[in-house]
Design a protein around this ligand. Structure first.
Ligand SMILES: Nc1ncnc2c1ncn2[C@@H]1O[C@H](COP(=O)(O)OP(=O)(O)OP(=O)(O)O)[C@@H](O)[C@H]1O
Ligand SMILES: [Mg+2]
Length: 536
């Protein structure tokens, strides 16, 4: 980075102070008297349950919410931003939790949106080449192989997240806000991001970092601030606290570790897969899936592990009839051939798929919480029995209670919910369809620690009722806690099928990298490499 616009603060003075910040949405108090201090060169983590007010506080700082109480002081001077543009001019940049890109524009155009480079003086024209070159440099720094000319809507969600990150660091910023930046990133990408965060620190910028992943918080941060129900709870240096203490401060109680009863008895095979293969997406390179053979019994939760790109999502999509090309091989559901050409067909046969990309595939922004939860039930009305509005309402209320969805009520707009609570609504929707086979792709992404345990319990309950579940997760401890068996994929092939009693993180990781040539440079092994240089 070149010179940064924040050299003026003396080291003892905070770079940023947010004082007694308050915000109400309608009658609901989202923030109440929250104060934080952030120093230059500091990574400051913000923790709290879903709906605690983290994103709202950061949107206020970034000028995305302009109507609030309290005071913001940046470099000793009071600021009241009238929009994101003004906040950016003052050196505040945000990576939004719900990515905020223009899908139809290229990656480069998104990065420079509203700040386009021109050449040829004041009457100049857009310097597309220059912007593409700068975008390329940014992507290289992030270790992302994204073409600056690719349209954002054609990028996978992890790459979209990288574009959003590139956009935030493209301009010298004094304060960079990262709202769950790693939710769709691979481990190698996370490593790169952490290195960039190290660079930002050294350049004297402050990074405000929101994450539900305690290992990230404790790897990265110098200071941790906890919010609960819109209020400030505590702020401590990392060395003075522990993950357990932070979690307790977040939820106000001790969270029991989740264990399920291993003496489960299983029913007959519910799903049989023989020789399942899927061509590579672009028709080039290796197949997305190669000759997969496995079974899932009723009452069983099958965890699918693997690095990003290993074929986890492709497998679920192939089973659900959601692949672009028809997969080859034999799939049987309760002994009957089950080759679905369309997701609607799969849903009618009793399958459900909860996708990882909630924005484009899962949520309907103009609709209410109730409508979003009952969507697939309503679709079933045309084929299934009549469902009366009253039972519909009570089903929604039960979902809200079961999953502890924080909302003003079933009539609230889905967009009024915090990110994690939106995720819970999608999950609720598919749980209500009472599927025979439930496919879950990263079901707890963005969900807080307390709600995770509730979701695990619901997954186990479905299994106890004789259904089958296949779930992917990039968090191994999660799979080890919930699954009965773990299937490991590497480059579209099965490299291990391990019963829970024998599964360890080491065993799973070894299988996950089996075919990868890791002789050079970076390793993708999570947690082992997740380190960022400390202040230096
Ligand atoms: N536009 C809005 N309209 C109404 N209520 C809102 C709006 N935005 C946020 N809220 C409410 O404010 C509260 C705080 O939400 P916020 O998004 O800040 O939570 P969060 O801490 O970021 O949670 P998560 O971890 O799930 O992202 C929630 O109760 C949410 O429903
Ligand atoms: Mg949030």
């Amino acid at each position: 980075m070149s010179t940064t616009p924040h050299a003026a603060v003396s080291p003892s003075e905070p770079l940023l102070v947010m004082r007694a910040i308050g915000k109400s949405f309608g009658g609901a108090r989202a923030l109440d008297g929250v104060s934080i201090e952030v120093h230059a060169g500091e990574v400051h983590a913000l923790c709290g349950e879903n709906g605690a007010g983290k994103s709202t506080l950061m949107k206020i700082l970034a000028g995305a919410i302009v109507d609030y109480e309290g005071e913001i002081v940046l470099r000793g001077a009071p600021e009241r931003f009238s929009g994101t543009r003004e906040a950016e001019d003052a050196g505040v940049r945000i990576i939004h939790q719900e990515l905020n890109l223009v899908p139809e524009l290229t990656a480069a155009a998104n990065i420079f949106l509203g700040r386009e480079q021109v050449k040829g003086g004041w009457f100049g024209w857009l310097d597309d080449r220059g912007m593409e070159a700068r975008a390329r440099t940014l992507f290289e720094r992030l270790g992302a192989s994204i073409s600056p000319r690719a349209r954002v809507c054609d990028l996978r969600i992890g790459d979209q997240q990288m574009v959003e990150i590139a956009k935030a660091i493209a301009f010298d910023a004094a304060v960079v806000i990262m709202d769950e930046p790693t939710s769709a990133l691979s481990d190698a990408e996370v490593d790169r991001l952490f290195r960039v965060i190290g660079d930002l620190k050294r350049s004297g910028a402050a990074v405000l970092y929101i994450s539900h992943k305690m290992n990230e918080v404790f790897t990265l941060s110098d200071r941790v601030t906890v919010l609960r129900d819109g209020r400030f709870v505590t702020s401590t240096t990392r060395s003075e606290t522990t993950p357990d203490a932070i979690v307790r401060a977040m939820v106000g109680r001790q969270i029991a570790e989740f264990h399920h009863d291993p003496t489960q008895t299983y029913g007959p095979d519910l799903l049989e897969v023989e020789g399942l293969s899927l061509a590579s997406p672009a028709g080039s390179g290796r197949p997305a899936l190669q000759d997969l053979c496995f079974r899932v019994r009723s009452g069983e939760v099958l965890g699918v592990a693997g690095l990003l790109g290993s074929g986890r999502t492709e497998l679920l999509e192939a089973l659900f009839g959601a692949s672009l090309e028809a997969p080859r091989g034999a799939i049987k559901l309760e002994g009957q051939p089950a080759h679905f050409r369309h997701p609607a067909e799969a849903a009618r046969a009793g399958l459900a798929l909860v996708t990882e990309d909630r924005k484009s595939l899962g949520l309907f922004a103009e609709m209410t919480v109730a409508e979003n939860i009952t969507l697939t039930r309503l679709a079933r009305l045309t084929i299934g029995p009549f469902v009366n509005p009253k039972s519909e309402r009570s089903a929604v209320d039960r979902s809200i209670a079961d999953l502890a969805i924080k909302t003003a009520g079933r009539k609230a707009l889905i967009t009024s919910l915090s990110g994690g609570n939106q995720q819970k609504c999608i999950l609720a929707r598919w749980l209500l369809t009472e599927p025979r086979l439930l496919l879950l792709d990263e079901p707890t992404r963005g969900v807080d620690v307390g709600a995770k345990a509730e979701i695990y319990e619901l997954i186990r309950k479905l299994a106890r009722e004789g259904r089958a579940v296949i779930m992917t997760s990039s968090e191994l401890p999660e799979l080890l806690a919930v699954a009965d068996r773990i299937l490991v994929l590497c480059e579209g092939r099965i490299t291990a099928d391990i019963p829970r009693a024998l599964a360890t993180e080491e065993l799973v990781m070894t299988a996950a990298v089996k075919f990868l040539d890791r002789g050079t440079g970076e390793s993708s092994l999570p947690s082992l490499t997740r380190q960022v240089e400390q202040k230096g």
